[in-house]
Design a protein around this ligand. Structure first.
Ligand SMILES: NC(=O)c1ccc[n+]([C@@H]2O[C@H](COP(=O)([O-])OP(=O)(O)OC[C@H]3O[C@@H](n4cnc5c(N)ncnc54)[C@H](O)[C@@H]3O)[C@@H](O)[C@H]2O)c1
Length: 308
């Protein structure tokens, strides 16, 4: 365990929050978990147990790990003596700023607040606290207990000491933190994913391919390589002279509109959000949703083993 960080608090027990709490608890930390209702907290603890069972933990270990997570809707008790707070509430800047203000008032002066935001810059959250030096973004990936990377994003006020404490803590539980040199919206991974999303939707809207064809192209080619080699390694392997010629042809014709893809806007307007509503770009029966989650869990567990 990290020397200075003993108690962890996770605020927001949804898809990401419960997984982040689970990972710290599995590593032996006492974790306090907060959400707006007991019903959400109950669901979160149920998911933690289910995840641990799917990962192959014995029943007594599942009980032991789950028992280290204290779930409560009472924010002051959750934050009491918390050294490290991970905020994982909904991606709404006003909700996050309100939560940050409360956290700042309730935790000890030395404590660190990390936001798991996917897009907001840490300076926009740090500014509502009296401790901008102790605020940063720690951007996890879903499911957080199976994807090792955490993007660490600092504002111009975040101290080097804070960065060191957080990266030491995360490395000690098996995470792979990467620290950005400066804050930008979307950090690294979501800027790359946004570029991918724009081109995927453009290819469908322009009638070039069906969504399934695009998924197949990715999983049977680029995705396989990207699990083991980064894009710059892949560009170097192919030859930058070759990529200069390819990029010269393609840069003028690939999608570059600043507008949201019309298809994405239509789907979300109809409430078609993906697995959570049974329909998104694809249609998802509960069995198909379960199969996708299982496919991701088993493949990510396998990849984790190769890289250990
Ligand atoms: N879903 C992903 O793949 C993913 C990946 C990386 C980061 N994130 C980020 O993580 C954060 C959470 O996303 P999620 O996917 O877990 O969302 P989610 O909707 O599953 O969970 C959010 C939870 O926050 C709770 N919440 C809302 N307001 C609250 C408050 N004031 N106090 C306490 N709890 C509150 C909600 O009740 C809900 O349970 C977002 O900032 C999101 O951008 C998501």
């Amino acid at each position: 365990m990290g020397e200075t960080i003993k108690k962890i608090a996770v605020i927001g027990a949804g898809l990401m929050g419960h997984g982040i709490a689970q990972e710290f608890s599995t590593a032996g930390y006492e974790v306090a978990l907060n959400d707006v209702s007991n019903q959400r907290l109950g669901l979160a603890l149920g998911h933690v147990r289910e995840n641990l069972c799917n990962l192959g933990f014995a029943k007594e270990d599942v009980n032991r790990i789950a028992a280290r997570i204290q779930a409560s809707t009472d924010l002051p008790s959750v934050l009491l003596d918390a050294d490290f707070v991970v905020e994982a509430v909904s991606e709404d800047i006003e909700v996050k700023r309100t939560v940050f203000t409360k956290i700042d008032q309730l935790i000890p002066p030395h404590s660190i607040i990390a936001s798991n935001t996917s897009s907001f810059m840490p300076s926009h959250l740090a500014s509502v606290t009296g401790r901008p030096g102790r605020v940063l973004v720690a951007h996890y990936f879903n499911p957080p207990y199976l994807v090792p990377l955490v993007e660490i994003v600092r504002s111009s006020d975040t101290t080097d000491e804070t960065i060191t404490e957080v990266t030491t803590l995360l490395k000690s539980i098996g995470k792979y933190p990467v620290v950005l040199k400066r804050e930008v919206p979307g950090f690294i991974a979501n800027r790359l994913q946004a570029a991918l999303l724009r081109e995927c939707f453009a290819l469908v809207e322009d009638g070039v391919a069906e969504p399934q064809d695009i998924d197949d192209v990715m999983t049977h080619s680029l995705g396989r390589r990207l699990a083991v080699a980064g894009p710059f390694e892949i560009f170097d392997a192919a030859g930058l002279d070759v990529w200069k010629a390819i990029a010269g042809e393609l840069m003028p014709v690939i999608e570059s509109s600043p507008d949201l893809p019309a298809l994405l806007t239509d789907l979300t307007r109809r409430g078609e959000f993906g697995l959570k509503t049974g329909k998104g770009v694809h249609t998802w029966s509960s069995q198909e949703s379960e199969d996708l989650r299982n496919r991701l869990t088993s493949a990510l567990t396998e990849i984790q083993r190769w890289t250990e």
